[in-house]
Design a protein around this ligand. Structure first.
Ligand SMILES: Nc1ncnc2c1ncn2[C@@H]1O[C@H](COP(=O)(O)OP(=O)(O)OP(=O)(O)O)[C@@H](O)[C@H]1O
Ligand SMILES: [Mg+2]
Length: 346
């Protein structure tokens, strides 16, 4: 369990002082992965460093398993830090040490016996699926494998919190997905509270249980993924579920942008709306995904019915519907009105 209370970080002082984290309140339960996202310079890495106490917060608390780490003197902090494992963008392995030797480092540093270290390293490499690469050097490993060694090393001291700062950035989509699957497995097996910093929305959707959006050092949105994605006013929710480009509607019909979740909308909404309006609906675009057992989707449909009738029929099925304004002669280029520029953080 990790709790941040009024966490504030100011770099410098006097007129040049820069408040990078401003009064953050965050809680991550055991078995929960919180994705922290936001534009470059928002303070994500600073947040990760303050949680890991690599940077001292200027004020506020970093409470791990009931103890406020931010208030500890340096000597006790070194011990307390073992409760927090960290993985970075580049796994930062020692290049002249094998995978096994890299994972063994934190254990040797603590004076764990060679026999115990050997057994623990074997168990950790097995857990991250790299038992067969124990004696390989970092240059003999793929980027994804190096990250797995980094994860094994981060877990060596049995932390209860895992911090990851852009650990999947720069990996190809397939490797990212396998890292994400590993992290979710570890979260379940070890009941870890995970803080996962990333600017990749796709990865957030795959890895996280909850997400927070940081902007200028403040949390502007946070919540469960499923709630964010189904909240029509959520900037983060829209970024997480981008709407696919729609095909052109038939002449004389109006495109409508719909969104829905399976808790409120029957699975056969398309047929129901069509039956009520007495006309077929043309499906111009659709995307659907399952989060926490709830299906959430967006669709663009084209139909001829007058706007007030269509709006009423959509509303009756629990659909959120907005007619798409067709600006200009090219209907294909008329995107659903949304602030795309604010969603492009990558
Ligand atoms: N040691 C430091 N001294 C002074 N300012 C710093 C320091 N570290 C970071 N900053 C400033 O704090 C702000 C937040 O930086 P941070 O690295 O946390 O952003 P970020 O959200 O991780 O960005 P990115 O997505 O680019 O990694 C930036 O304005 C940065 O210049
Ligand atoms: Mg960063």
């Amino acid at each position: 369990m990790i709790t941040l209370k009024k966490l504030t970080k100011v770099y410098g002082n006097g007129p040049g002082a820069l408040t990078v984290l401003d009064n953050l309140d965050i809680e991550v339960a055991p078995g929960e992965i919180l994705a922290v996202t936001g534009p470059s310079g928002a303070g994500k890495s600073t947040l990760a460093q303050c949680i890991g106490l690599l940077e001292r917060p200027t004020s506020g608390q970093v409470i791990v398993n009931g103890e406020d780490l931010a208030s500890l003197p340096e000597r006790r902090l070194r011990v307390a830090r073992r409760r927090i494992g960290t993985i970075f963008q580049s796994a930062s392995l020692l290049s002249r040490s094998t995978a096994a030797q890299n994972v063994a480092l934190p254990l040797q540093y603590l004076g764990v016996t060679p026999a115990e270290t050997k057994a623990r390293v074997a168990e950790l490499l097995e857990r991250v699926g790299l038992a067969h690469r124990a004696d390989h050097y970092p240059f003999e490993l793929s980027g994804g494998q190096r990250q797995r060694v980094g994860i094994a090393r981060a877990l060596a001291l049995r932390p209860s919190v895992l911090l990851s700062d852009e650990a999947t950035s720069g990996l190809d989509p397939e490797t990212t997905l396998s890292m994400v699957a590993l992290l979710r497995q570890l979260r379940d097996d070890l009941d870890l509270a995970v803080v996962f910093v990333t600017h990749e929305m796709d990865t957030v959707l795959h890895v996280a249980d909850t997400a927070a959006r940081l902007e200028d050092g403040r949390i502007v949105e946070q919540g469960r993924l499923v709630d964010l994605v189904t909240d029509h006013d959520s900037v983060l929710g829209r970024a997480l579920q981008p709407r696919p480009a729609a095909a052109a509607p038939a002449p004389g019909s109006t495109p409508w942008a719909l969104s829905y979740d399976s808790r409120a909308v029957p699975a056969d909404w398309l047929q129901r709306v069509s039956a009520e309006l007495g006309e077929p609906l043309a499906l111009l675009a659709a995307s659907i995904q399952s989060i926490d057992g709830t299906s959430t989707g967006t669709a663009t449909v084209g139909l001829r019915a007058p706007a007030h009738q269509a709006a009423a029929a959509f509303a009756r099925q629990g659909l959120h519907a907005v007619p798409v304004r067709t600006a200009g002669p090219d209907p294909v280029s008329t995107a659903v009105p949304r602030a795309t520029e604010e969603l492009q953080w990558a």
